[in-house]
Design a protein around this ligand. Structure first.
Ligand code: CIZ
Length: 304
């Protein structure tokens, strides 16, 4: 047996012993995606895992994602295989910042993108994903809305809404590595290709794309669209799943630089250690959890 098979064999053995499920985000390393029990976007993963009878969730993603799993599954043990896997976008905003924004804009509800800590979600009125941000904002009765933390997602949503959106100066450094000239060069190289871009990309990149989509949206669009070649403007891990699900189609990364170093901290070895040592546990404290859950549940009601 080769060393990689030995490693995955050991993970499977221990996973069964611990009654664990392995959740893997679309941006993870290919070999990590290949051992997933569930793969997808962060909310989808946490919602599906909450419905399983697993005692343990190993979350292969970044910290805010493991916190979302803890918010939705308080009775399960949530493990993040590398505690250093943070999210620079989520780290741009604190609960104190939200309180200050509320004071500056009294009466304006706060919408927080899922890429925020549980403590930030606890201060906000309603959560959203990149897929449902427009719907969440239009569900609010107020004309002025605070939207945090991603300024590019905020301005994309602003372009679709009559409400006044007050944004925060947060952004994802990985998505900003994708430049408009990358899209131009690839369109010239692959005439007829469809460009799918994540709304965390800059406005210039979004303007050059055919479809602005979340990671789950990209999976659906690629499966349903009659094109042979797709240019993918998001984190590089996405290409693995797209290629696996659509063997007859070609997927090209918009930029080879769009690689999130935090997502890539999770490796097969660390997953095995997490299951061996039952570490690192991510548990959102009860008071924060209750308030963050209210904001997540409000979003879920709108999605129904
Ligand atoms: O929440 C997620 O999974 C993120 C960050 C992106 C997406 O579009 O799926």
């Amino acid at each position: 047996m080769n060393p990689a098979d030995k490693l995955t064999g050991k993970i499977r053995e221990l996973k069964a012993k611990r009654n664990a499920v392995i959740l893997v985000h679309n941006y993870q390393l290919p070999e990590v995606q290949d051992i997933a029990d569930l793969s997808g976007d962060s909310l989808e993963l946490s919602r599906k895992a909450a419905q399983t009878n697993a005692d343990v969730i190993v979350f292969c993603g970044v910290l805010f994602m493991a916190e979302t799993a803890s918010i939705l599954s308080p009775g399960k043990k949530i493990l993040l295989p590398d505690i250093n896997a943070g999210c620079p976008l989520a780290n741009t905003i604190t609960p104190e910042d939200i309180r200050a924004l509320k004071k500056q804009h009294p009466g304006a509800p706060v919408v927080s993108y899922v890429n925020t800590s549980a403590a930030v979600k606890a201060e906000t009125d309603i959560a959203c994903t990149s897929a449902n941000a427009e719907k969440v904002i239009s569900s609010l009765k107020q004309d002025e809305v605070i939207f945090v933390p991603d300024k590019y997602l905020a301005s994309y949503v602003q372009s679709k809404s009559d409400k006044k959106i007050i944004s925060w100066n947060g952004y994802c450094p990985t998505h900003l590595k994708i430049l408009p000239q990358d899209i131009g060069a690839l369109r010239a190289k692959y005439p007829g290709a469809k460009v799918m871009a994540h709304p965390e990309c800059s406005g210039e990149v979004l303007k050059l794309s055919d479809a602005v989509l979340s990671t789950s949206g990209m999976l659906r669009y690629a499966a349903q669209t009659d094109a042979k070649v797709f240019i993918v403007a998001t984190e590089a891990g996405m290409l693995h799943r797209l290629k696996k699900d659509n063997p007859g189609k070609t997927f090209v990364a918009a930029s080879g630089l769009a690689v999130c170093p935090n997502m890539k901290l999770i490796t097969l070895e660390k997953i095995l250690w997490a299951l061996e040592e039952m570490k690192t546990e991510i548990k959102v404290p009860a008071d924060i959890r209750a308030r963050a859950l209210a904001s997540v549940n409000k979003m879920i009601e709108i999605m129904a």
